[in-house]
Write a protein that binds this ligand. Structure first.
Ligand SMILES: O=C(CO)[C@H](O)[C@H](O)COP(=O)(O)O
Length: 240
C-alpha cells in the first residue's frame, strides 16, 4: 500500500462522522481531496449536505462533483470540518499550510463544532517542527516582517531559515487571500503555544500554520492500520 492508499483509508473513515443535513467545512490538499471525492459520491447517491470550501481549489473540485456549496457568511456555524495536516502530534497539535490555505482553513475550522484531521502516518510526529512552519503574511513590508519573525521566534527558543515561498513561475506564492507565505525551518518546536503567541505579535503576520487546540479527532492511516486520536479536552457539542 502507498501513502495515497492510506490517505484514502483515513478519508473513508472520516465519512462516518458525516450525517445527513450537516453543514461541512472542506479542507485543502491531497488528503482532503480524497475526502471530497468520497463525499461527492455520497451526495450523488442522495446525501444532503452543504459545504464551505477552504480554498478555491477545493471549491472547484467540490463544484465539479455536484456538492452543494455555500459561504461561511451564509453558514457561520458549521457542524464538522474534515481537513488534512502537514504534521500532527499526540495532543492533536498541527502544522498546516503546506498547501497554502492555512488562513481559510483556520477560520473554517474554528467555526466548526467538530474538526476531524485525516492523514497518512508520515504526518505523525512526536514533536512538531520537522515540516517548515508556514506563516501567511501581507505583501507590504516583507523584509521588516521577516526580521521581526526571526526575533520573536528566537525569543521563544526557535531559530532557523525563513524563506519566502515561491510559486511555480518563481515569483512569490500568492494565497487565495492575496498574501504571501514564509516557510520557517525552526526545527523542533518545543513550546508551540509560546511560539504561536510570539508570532501573533508581528503586525505583518496574518496567521500561523500552528493549529493548537483546534482538532477534535485525528485519523491516521499507515502500515500498522488506522489510528484514531481524540483530543482530551475536546469541547465539541454533541447536541448541535
Ligand atoms: O494545510 C494544508 C493546506 O494548506 C494541507 O492540509 C496540508 O498541507 C496537507 O496536505 P496533503 O494532504 O496534500 O499532504
Amino acid at each position: 500500500m502507498s501513502s495515497d492508499d492510506w490517505k484514502r483509508q483515513a478519508a473513508e473513515q472520516a465519512l462516518s462522522f458525516v450525517e445527513d443535513g450537516m453543514k461541512l467545512g472542506l479542507g485543502t490538499g491531497s488528503t482532503a481531496a480524497k475526502f471530497v471525492d468520497l463525499l461527492g459520491a455520497k451526495v450523488k447517491s442522495g446525501l444532503k449536505v452543504v459545504c464551505v470550501p477552504t480554498s478555491e481549489a477545493t471549491r472547484a473540485q467540490a463544484a465539479a462533483l455536484g456538492i452543494p456549496l455555500g459561504t461561511l457568511d451564509q453558514h457561520p456555524a458549521l457542524d464538522l470540518t474534515v481537513d488534512g495536516a502537514d504534521e500532527i502530534d499526540e495532543e492533536l497539535r498541527l502544522i498546516k499550510g503546506g498547501g497554502g490555505a492555512l488562513l481559510r482553513e483556520k477560520i473554517v475550522a474554528v467555526a466548526s463544532n467538530r474538526v476531524v484531521i485525516i492523514a497518512d502516518s508520515s504526518k505523525r510526529v512526536d514533536v512538531l517542527g520537522r515540516f517548515p512552519l508556514p506563516l501567511e503574511v501581507v505583501p507590504f513590508g516583507l523584509a521588516a516582517t521577516q526580521r521581526l519573525i526571526f526575533q520573536m521566534a528566537a525569543d521563544s527558543g526557535c531559530d532557523g531559515e525563513i524563506k519566502l515561498r515561491a510559486g511555480a513561475d518563481g515569483t512569490p506564492y500568492l494565497t487565495d487571500n492575496g498574501n504571501h507565505i514564509f516557510d520557517c525551518s525552526f526545527g523542533t518546536i518545543d513550546d508551540p503555544e509560546a511560539l504561536d503567541d510570539a508570532l501573533k505579535l508581528v503586525p505583518g503576520v496574518v496567521e500561523s500554520g500552528l493549529f493548537l487546540g483546534i482538532a477534535d479527532v485525528g485519523i491516521i492511516a499507515g502500515p500498522m492500520g488506522v489510528e484514531v486520536l481524540s483530543a482530551v479536552d475536546s469541547d465539541f457539542d454533541e447536541e448541535s
